[in-house]
Every structure is written in structure tokens, then in C-alpha cells.
Ligand binder design. Sequence first.
Ligand SMILES: NC(=O)c1ccc[n+]([C@@H]2O[C@H](COP(=O)([O-])OP(=O)(O)OC[C@H]3O[C@@H](n4cnc5c(N)ncnc54)[C@H](O)[C@@H]3O)[C@@H](O)[C@H]2O)c1
Length: 670
Amino acid sequence: METTTALSFKQQIKQGIPNELPSVKEYETTINHAPKRKEILSDEEKKLALQNALRYFKPEQHEILAKEFLTELNDYGRIYMYRFRPDYEMKARPIKEYPGKCKQAKAIMLMIQNNLDYAVAQHPHELITYGGNGGVFSNWAQYLLTMKYLSEMTDKQTLVMYSGHPMGLFPSHKDAPRVVVTNGMMIPNYSQPDDWEKFNALGVTQYGQMTAGSYMYIGPQGIVHGTTITVLNGFRKIGKEPKGNLFVTSGLGGMSGAQPKAGNIAGCVTVCAEVNPKITQVRLDQGWIDEKITDLDELVARVNQAKENKETVSLAYLGNIVDVWEKFDQENVHIDLGSDQTSLHNPWAGGYYPADISFEDANEMMANEPELFKEKVQETLRRHAKAINQHTAKGTYFFDYGNAFLLEASRAGADVMSDNPTIGREFKYPSYVQDIMGPMCFDYGFGPFRWVCASGKPEDLAKTDAIACKVLEKLKKESPEEIQQQMTDNIQWIKGAQENKLVVGSQARILYADAEGRMKIAKAFNKAIKKGKIGTVVLGRDHHDVSGTDSPYRETSNIYDGSRFTADMAIHNVIGDSFRGATWVSIHNGGGVGWGEVINGGFGMVLDGSKDAGRRLESMLFWDVNNGIARRNWARNEGAIFAIERAMKSEPSLKVTVPNLVDDKLLADI
Ligand SMILES: NC(=O)c1ccc[n+]([C@@H]2O[C@H](COP(=O)([O-])OP(=O)(O)OC[C@H]3O[C@@H](n4cnc5c(N)ncnc54)[C@H](O)[C@@H]3O)[C@@H](O)[C@H]2O)c1
């Protein structure tokens, strides 16, 4: 059913916060809800939270709403304003179905609704898209008001978003962004995890993750593609073909569940351990794993057979990952590539399960004997690291997957520290960005470019796939040796993209491209729109990219000049994108690695086939990639020095400071 009220979808959007109170909504138990947040506000602060929430509503409604919002605050730790959740279906509609005067604003409404689609969002009623806390808005009043503003906006106004709250429409000009988003931007000393709890509960800030609060999430496709690129390049790093070789890892959860699917796309034998039977079954039913095995001897036999027959197969082991590493060591099963994606950013509350205890018993221990649980986790981490060390001594290549495995293992006293530590190389093993994504992709400008066909038509997506493929094939012929492999991988991906059936929600596609690739693909789309071959296209990218994110333990972990604890790059990026023609820009505190640990930003850009769009895309995409390459070059990263020199040749008005390298011998005795 489209709507249960008398108003049409367009009328409901234009109405914003309804004049009359809508009826109370039942708490739907079939929906995946956000966990109850911790009780953090004092009684006085609760009053402030209520005042803050009530300012969206007329005074005559305050008496009823104050009681209701207080109940929400006490029951869930937040005021979501459930009563105001709209009755229409939450999904990205074809762009023509949105009300308003401005095509760019309509495209943004489409993207907002996609982030809240039940098929896409993790906790749709709490306006959370992913990561447990990645909010598009903090409450339903903010959603309603934002959509109303967008439906009223002209091409000469900009909507200002303060962490989910629409501050209002301000006069600007046609080349300015239509929306400027900030999420969780704090005074640096107020960026501890409890600060998020408190100020989010007060309703004055929110955690936007990366693509949640910036309206650019496209479901699991992004993570599958990124993981495929990592697995493929991991094998290259060790000079081996995926065929017939073994990748061992763990976790079949939100992001980690993409590993076996990516292993299959890459073509290796994957073993992925998971302790949770329900999650394992979900991935099996979904077809993201091929076989489930519960016995270690059986697993060893099946892996040996798969290696011998050079099968492309993904095997889930239902049990603890530590048992797999130890058993494979005893049985001499050689692991070529190893990693781990348990949720060690959250080790004491279900992110990492101890060995030798059943899943159910572990959950009980976690709740009833938290200190003992902690001891067991740390004991398991020491065993885990020891078993990995045994394998790496026999030639396994192990990398940390940005899940804080090495950090937590080191805190548990495991043997994971480097014998010769330097800044950024404190551990025995590298992270996936340090060894793989950074030097092989980001330093050359390759990153997660994406687009959405705003017509909502699968045919349009197929046409854009074909256009992108043609552009990349042409570019590959002229590309230098250094980036040939990246081009080949992405051509292969786009050719198989339809077959992989990863589209959920909007008609979206991701691929890794460098500045030249992104610009040429975008230009070709704009031309096709002008000729009427396809409808409007929204361009964007994940924040996990070359220039958008400063994150010392992830995106910028392969910066070794000491500047990885600075955030100048991300800030420059969003400022530069905004005056070069982005349709909307965003800058966030937090995302992936945590509140206070990262500053990340992104953009959206609407292509409508116009000359203006053509001008903007060239100017903005060139900057959006080359800003990060320039910074990576200044940090003395080899690939980036190559890439920025190439960019300067292609665009004579680009003049970047290139570092002079010092002979190590000169400094050896200092
Ligand atoms: N995929 C990526 O590109 C990427 C990038 C950066 C960081 N990460 C990190 O990877 C981690 C995983 O993310 P997620 O969204 O999948 O989290 P998740 O919590 O949904 O999944 C982790 C899974 O690991 C399982 N698990 C825990 N301990 C285990 C054990 N000892 N043996 C076997 N299974 C065990 C859990 O049951 C859970 O299903 C996070 O810390 C995330 O930040 C992933």
C-alpha cells in the first residue's frame, strides 16, 4: 500500500511535519530495531532533550508529545518520534515521482529514501542505515522537515544540515551545492564515545558513519566489490594465482559476510569461520557461501580436495576461527592468504567469541560474568595470534582487515609486535590498507566511484554498465603499465556485475576508477543523458577513498611521514568539492573505526545532460581525486608521486609540490 492517509505521496512530502498529530504507531517487532542505548542523561539533561525534541512541534501538542518522548527516551535511550514515521513505503522512487522545482533536490530525496529503505537500512525505524549507529537523521521530524525543504528548494538555494537537523534554506547560486551536510563535527576534546552517547541523546548531534548520513549507501554491493579487490590484490602481493590457493578468514556478519562471495569472484578456495549458527545459515541461504561444515577433520579433507581440484569454492566452518588456524597447523594445510574479520572493535560485547565455549554459554558468560568473559577473550586472542605466527613462519601472508585484531591482540599480550617498530609499522603484520588498498589503489587514485540511475530503470543501469565498460576498455589501451592491472580488474567486474546480482534498493553500481576514468565515465553518461538514451544519473563515492578520509588506522594508514594524525586532506576535500560543483557535500566525524578516530567526507553530483553538469563534473572529479594523490605524494608514497606527475602532464594548470627524497644512507648514522 502506498499510503493510508488521504494525501498523495507528493502532498505528504510537501506537508512536512503534519499539522494534526498522526495516530500513535505500534512498535513493530518484525523489524530489526536499534539496541537500547545506554542511560547517559541526568534528569535535568532529560528535560533538555525533551525541550530540544519539542521545538519541532506546535506548543498545543507539547503536553501529549512530552510524555510520549520521555517514554521513548527511557525505553530506548533516544527520542525517535516513532509516531511521525510516514505511512508511505520507504524506497527510492523514480525521480519524476518527487515533488518540487529543482531536479537536484529531487535526486537527493531519492537518495535519502534509499538509505531508509527496509531492504537497505539496518534499523529503518530508528533511521539507521548501517554499522549499528550510522544515522541518516536522529528523529522523524528531521526527516519530514528535510524532505519538505527539498520539495520547496529552487536552484538558487542551499539546504544546511547540522547532524541530521535541517537548519534551513539559505540563498546561494546555481553552482553552489544544494545541500551541505555535517555530521558529528565536535570540538576535538568532546569526541570520546560517551560524548556521542550524550549529545546524540540530547538530539544535537549524530553519527553519520560514512555513506549513511551522506545519503550515498547502496547496500552490500560496495563491500563485495571492495573485498574482491582486496582478495585479488592480496594474492598478487604474494605472487600467486587465486586458483587452487587458500584464503582463510572469519566472520559472516554485516561486512565480513562479503568475504566468501568475494573469494568466489576472485576464484580461490575460501574458508570462513563463524560461531553464530543463524548468521551462517543466512549466508548459506543467500548463496554467499557454498557449503557449511561443522567438523574439523571433514573441513581439512574438503579443503585438500578443493585445492587439488583447483575449485572455486567457499566453505563456512561453523565454529571458532582459532580452531581452524590450529587444526590447519597440525595437519599441515598450507594457508596462502590469511585475515580476520571478527568485530574486534567491540571485543567485550559479542564482537569476538572465546574458544572452547559454546556460542550459547559464551553469550551467558558475557552477560553474567563479564570479567571472566574478558579473560577468555584475551586468552583466545593469544592462542589465535600464536597459531597465525606458526603459519606465517611457514609462508602464509597475513593482513589485518581494519577490525582492530592486532590492536586487541597486542592489548591481550599476544606476540604481534614488530621487532623493529617505526611510526605506522608497530605490528608484525600490515593492515589491508597499508599493504594492499593504499599502495595498489588509493596512491594511484583508484577508489570506489559509484552511480545511481535516478529513473529507477534496470535498463538504464545496464546501459550505464556498457558505457562505463567501453570507456575503461578504451582507457586501458592508453594506460601505463603501473595501472593496467586495476583497469583489467574493473573491466572484469563491470562485465560480471549484472550476473553477480548485487543491486538492492536503487539502481546503483560501483567500480574502482582513477581520476581520468571517473571523469571520462561521467562525461559519457552526461552525453548519453543529453541524447535521451538514459535518464538522470547521480554520481558519488564511498568515503573509504583516496582523498575523502583521514583515518590513521585505515584509509591513511599507509602515510608514514607522521601526518596521518592530521585531517587537513579530508577538510580540504569537502571545501574544494563544494565550490567546484558538487550537488551535495558532507563531512563527518566517525565512521567505520569510531567516533573521534576519523574525519571523512563525500559528495553527490547530479548529471542531467546539461552543459553545466559537464563543466562541473570535470572540475570537481579532477580535484576530488588529485587532492588525495597530492597529499600521498608529499608523504613520499611512490605510486602517488608517479600519479601526480602524470596528472600534471595531463593538466598543465595543476602544479603540485613534489618531495625530494633523502638517501637513507645519509641518515643511517644520525
Ligand atoms: N570489510 C571491510 O572492508 C572492513 C573494512 C574495515 C573494517 N572492517 C571491520 O571488520 C569487522 C567485521 O565487521 P562486520 O560488519 O562483519 O561485523 P559483524 O559483527 O556483523 O560480524 C563479525 C562476525 O564475527 C563472528 N565472530 C566473532 N568471534 C568469532 C570467532 N572467534 N570465530 C568465528 N567467528 C566469530 C561474529 O559472530 C559475527 O558474526 C568490524 O570490526 C569492521 O569494522 C571491515
